[in-house]
Write a protein that binds this ligand. Structure first.
Ligand code: UDP
Length: 251
């Protein structure tokens, strides 16, 4: 929202450039990282893949354009294609070796929480507590990044079986509020997270969670980790990499 043109062009021109190179080298299958952001607030959750898109941000619009480009590519060149709509990936590999290391101030909830927990930032800002949700904070469908990765493996095998083009939600089907995530993290880490309620963030909606049943039925994939494992593994990575990757390497 703060950098609409950059965001939109990265997702549209970037996708087109990659598709063009894929065409030139004769790629045999394509998987797109799309987003639940395309559902917007007019979709009554749980969001099904058949819901009409309702984009509320340049990011969501760029992702939707990316999906359209893949549809064109699939139609013109007959390349098996999977469009995966990610819900809210958090967590890390359980080894603590691979985790989320955002540049600058984190935009997303979980890396912000872990940076507060490790002492890099004084407090979490919660963007709005007057949404029509049980506690007033935004509700999302958080998914462990390892489950998300496994969803790609399942989608690739489905493509190998020749599925044409298909769209799948990758989520758990469960919604947690920002305050739910804060307390789950405090429980998993034993660290208190100070927070302050701030105004709503532009482009945010109240509630978004998936109906993941299509992926289970057609790909045989289901998210196995819960919010406890997501918090545990995010914290494990942050503890092992207190200043992120770059500073760890410089030590
Ligand atoms: N959020 C928040 N503080 C932050 C970052 C996010 O309160 O510093 C909220 C945000 O308003 C939303 C939820 O946490 O309700 C998830 O936001 P995130 O940016 O992680 O993912 P999004 O759903 O926007 O893709």
């Amino acid at each position: 929202v703060e950098e609409p043109a950059e965001t939109f062009f990265a997702n549209t021109q970037g996708t087109l450039s990659i598709l063009e190179v894929a065409r030139q080298v004769g790629a045999k299958k394509v998987v797109l990282s799309s987003s639940a952001a395309i559902y917007g607030e007019h979709t009554i959750p749980p969001c099904k893949e058949t819901a009409l898109p309702d984009c509320k941000s340049p990011y969501a619009l760029g992702k939707l354009q990316g999906e359209e480009m893949l549809k064109m590519y699939n139609m013109l060149y007959n390349v098996p294609t999977a469009i995966l709509r990610y819900f809210n990936p958090i967590g890390a590999h359980e080894s603590g070796l691979i985790g989320e290391n955002p540049n600058g101030i984190p935009n997303n909830l979980m890396p912000y929480i872990t940076q507060v927990a490790i002492g890099q930032r004084p407090e979490l800002g919660i963007f709005g507590n007057d949404y029509p949700t049980p506690d007033g904070t935004g509700v999302r469908d958080y998914i462990h990044v390892v489950d998300l990765a496994k969803g790609h493996v399942s989608a690739l095998s489905a493509i190998e079986r020749g599925c044409g083009l298909a769209i799948y939600n990758l989520g758990t089907g469960k919604g947690y509020s920002v305050l739910d995530v804060v307390s789950a993290f405090e429980k998993a880490s034993g660290v208190k997270i100070p927070y302050r309620i701030k105004p709503r963030r532009a482009g945010d909606i109240a509630t978004c969670y998936s109906d993941p049943s299509k992926a289970e039925k057609e790909l045989g994939w289901k998210a196995l980790n819960g919010i406890e494992e997501m918090c545990r593994d995010s914290w494990n990575w942050q503890k092992k990499n207190p200043a992120g990757y770059i500073c760890t390497e410089q030590k």
